[in-house]
Design a binder for this molecule. Sequence first.
Ligand code: NAD
Length: 377
Amino acid sequence: MKIAVMKEIHGGETRVPLIPSTVDKLVKLGAEVEVESGLGVTCRYEDADYEKAGAKINPDRQGMLKSADIVLRLRKPPIAEVELMKKGCIHISYLDPFNETELLDKLKTCGISAVSLEMLPRTTIAQKMDVLSSQANLGGYMAVILAMDQLDKIFPMMTTPAGTIKPARVFIIGVGVAGLQAIATARRMGARVEAFDTRPVVEEQVKSLGAKFVKIDLGETGQTKDGYAKQLTPEQVQKQKEGMAKACAQADVVITTAQLFGRPAPRIVDRAMIAQMQPGSVIVDMAVETGGNVEGSELDKVVEVEGVKVVGLGNLPGRVALTASQMYSANLANFVAHFWNKEEKKFNLNLDDEIIKGALMTHAGEIFSETYKSIVK
Ligand code: NAD
């Protein structure tokens, strides 16, 4: 089977879908790997590095797409490239399916078997392929680094001859993968950390990282079977805002990571709450790309709202592109390897497998994903 790995063309994307050491793994499975010329340039991987790992280098993007049995990339494909692919081609990447209905339609009508890596089930067996986790982890780390850079105070307590400096106070809203890494990173830097999530089950995890869990009684909140937060009622949102206002006002840094599966991010920090914070404090809105948790945050900008610096920079994992690429590449190869039949040297698209049932969006001219069908009506 021929696997084509496409160069990212989305402006500003620094990550690379496959790194040379992972090519080697795929070649050892018996796959024929073809990478687009210049694939690794943003991470300083040369074509020769890929060649050494066993890939064929191809400068002909269109030709590659036309002949591939499997296409690997990071971002969703440009719609114009979908019809270039062979019917039955397996396409594996992020797809942002709920916001890309036109793209999904095109993948469907062109007979592409399109896997959306965002839709992998959050199960133990799928952990090694979980791009959401690997990238969110780095995002959480970067959010703290950006906050430290913007804040005109230090994070750790310091006892010096010039006096004792108090530690910075950091408040993390949303304690999924990104939030947990943000807590751990801020703690490592010596900050005093508090955190809140609508899923009460995370309290123990917050405490185990040495942070304090802010308790707000919202009544029944719950989570989906995959562990995702459910949308709050307007009354619960109001209660949450009131409950968080004090923690925000006391914080030097607020980092928001709240997301809702298949929906825009909840708006949970409003201008009135920001106005209660000390001027010069910093908010990092990690949900800015999906609508934003913070009133006034702007994608790819640092803006000032009520004297507070609101950081809305997108693609945080792309700021540590080498590590992010290593992790994404490993996730991708683990996905391929999991379904690879070594004897036949082919990818076995097992439609009864739970992982495929979760992540396969289109197949044989139909929308395959039941989750997608239930959300996009
Ligand atoms: P996510 O990115 O969907 O959301 C981030 C966090 O925001 C979540 O913790 C969510 O509860 C929280 N949130 C949503 N609305 C909020 C609000 N109004 N206020 C405060 N917080 C709010 O989450 P994620 O990091 O993708 O993790 C989702 C789930 O998947 C978690 O339960 C996580 O433990 C689980 N998970 C499991 C595995 C695995 O077992 N393989 C791997 C990764 C994650």
